[in-house]
Design a binder for this molecule. Structure first.
Ligand SMILES: [Zn+2]
Length: 460
């Protein structure tokens, strides 16, 4: 291999750009990662030793200690915690019942949406008004909604490119505000789930300036049941929900590095927190394992890179992006030295294409990356995709981004639900992700020239 490179190299000198596809380090990284069980090990210890780790909870603090210890054990350098302030919201007891005769009732499996207000001690009992989409709800008048429980019975389609969730996200994010503005007593949504099971899926919602009403997601089977009863002539539900909002807490997020020869930074992010109802194997123990696995592989099987590769395990992606904002603020003075950012937050299924948001100047890097990622089965993707939520503040500040796009066909079966357990993890997919991140990080960290900046302030 060395001899071959020696023969090939003189020919490359006449080319303006390096070909990382033939790079011996890239080949070694991809070969070694394909046989390395480390990412599965790491994800499983986060799930088994820590479990649910919602921002502001004791579980999250355990996750911080876990991360400091594991990143250090992985051989990474400059392992440290950085301060972040986290909101504190507690779910409390939850019950939704379908009233079947004057007194009898049938429990419906439901969870509060993140940040939902609760009911009083007596709860709510009201008739249900069912719509099949957010648009239908927007067409209802106050007279049609006031005092009733809105039920958005929208079914999320399965998709490989995440577009089903893209369509469904507004139902969860804005449905409660639309219902509240029309005087609803509460809102139930069919979970943004592609499974047909009895597991409800939570997620954040935004009341904005609308009146705050209790907002819950029904499991797919509970939604089927309620839907059938409403369509057969109408339904009444009883809801009790005892959520509480507590004061903010001081906490941390965790940073580590593969030191480079310069102080320029290639950033790989994932989020350490999970929703409170789930051990969060795919979301986002998988992402933590992908970025940590990639950095560890470069440390172990690569060489000292030109630029520093920095891992950030963000606090609170799920409930307000506290960590993403805190990092961008704390590192504002060095953001112009952040040359590229990537975030792993779509589970463990394989990457099938690479989205990107890169300046013109980085076009040759993009071509080199595509050639080096082809052996991993990765194709070209959309050029206006700046990736995940936590690196959003960096992208808006002008930092170029890559978005390795994972197959989401099964991801939304378990996303934000108690069913997001280790048995759902795609072990081969996890290794392929590690190889993709390691390859991209290695090439970007060693690219022999500036990558340029995005126009600052642009939404991504
Ligand atoms: Zn996530």
């Amino acid at each position: 291999m060395k001899l071959l490179r020696a023969l090939v190299l003189p020919a490359l000198w006449v080319l303006p750009l390096p070909s990382f596809a033939a790079d011996a380090v890239v080949t070694r990284l991809q070969d070694k990662i394909a046989q390395d069980p480390y990412p599965e090990y790491l994800a499983s210890t986060l799930v088994n030793e820590v479990g649910p780790r919602f921002a502001g909870s004791d579980g999250y603090e355990h996750a911080v200690v876990w991360a400091l210890q594991k990143l250090d054990a992985a051989g990474l350098k400059n392992v440290h915690a950085e301060p972040v302030i986290l909101p504190r919201w507690v779910r409390g007891a939850t019950s939704v019942e379908l009233v079947t005769s004057g007194v009898d009732s049938l429990p419906l499996n439901a969870v509060a949406l993140g940040g939902s207000v609760g009911t009083d001690n007596y709860g709510i009992e009201a008739d249900v008004v069912r719509v099949e989409s957010l648009e239908q709800l927007r067409q209802l008048t106050v007279a049609q909604v006031r005092g009733r429980v809105v039920f958005i019975d929208w079914r999320m389609p399965r998709s490989r490119d995440g577009s089903g969730y893209g369509q469904g996200y507004p139902v969860r994010a804005f449905g409660p505000a639309e219902a509240g503005r029309r005087g609803a007593a509460a809102i139930l949504i069919r979970s943004l789930s592609t499974a047909g099971d009895d597991a409800p899926h939570t997620g954040g919602t935004q009341y904005g300036d609308a009146p705050k009403i209790p907002a819950l997601a029904l499991s797919p089977q509970a939604a089927d049941r309620l839907s059938a009863v409403v369509r057969a002539g109408g339904a009444t539900v009883r809801i009790k929900l005892f959520t509480r909002e507590l004061g903010a807490v001081y906490s941390s997020q965790v940073v580590a590095e593969v030191p480079g020869k310069t102080d320029e930074v290639v950033l790989l992010g994932a989020h350490l927190d999970s929703w409170d109802i789930t051990p969060g194997a795919d979301d986002d123990a998988a992402g933590v394992a992908i970025v940590t696995g990639a950095a560890r592989a470069i440390m172990k099987y690569g060489k000292k890179p030109l630029r520093t590769i920095r891992i950030v395990l963000y606090a609170n992606e799920e409930f307000g992006v506290s960590g993403g904002r805190a990092y961008a603020e704390a590192h504002a003075a060095e953001l112009d030295r952040h040359v590229l950012a990537m975030e792993a937050d779509v589970g463990s299924a394989p990457v099938w294409r690479i989205g990107s948001k890169l300046p013109e100047q980085a076009e040759p890097l993009r071509s080199a990356l595509l050639a080096a990622l082809a052996p991993l089965g990765v194709a070209d993707g959309p050029r206006d995709d700046g990736g995940g939520t936590d690196i959003g503040p960096l992208v808006r500040a002008g930092v170029p981004a890559l978005a390795p796009l994972q197959d989401t066909s099964r991801y939304f079966d378990v996303h934000h639900a108690a069913t997001d357990t280790l048995d759902h993890l795609d072990r081969a997919g996890l290794r392929q992700n590690v190889a993709v991140y390691a390859t991209a990080a290695w090439i970007a960290a060693n690219w022999p020239g500036p990558l340029g900046r995005l126009p600052a302030g642009e939404a991504h």
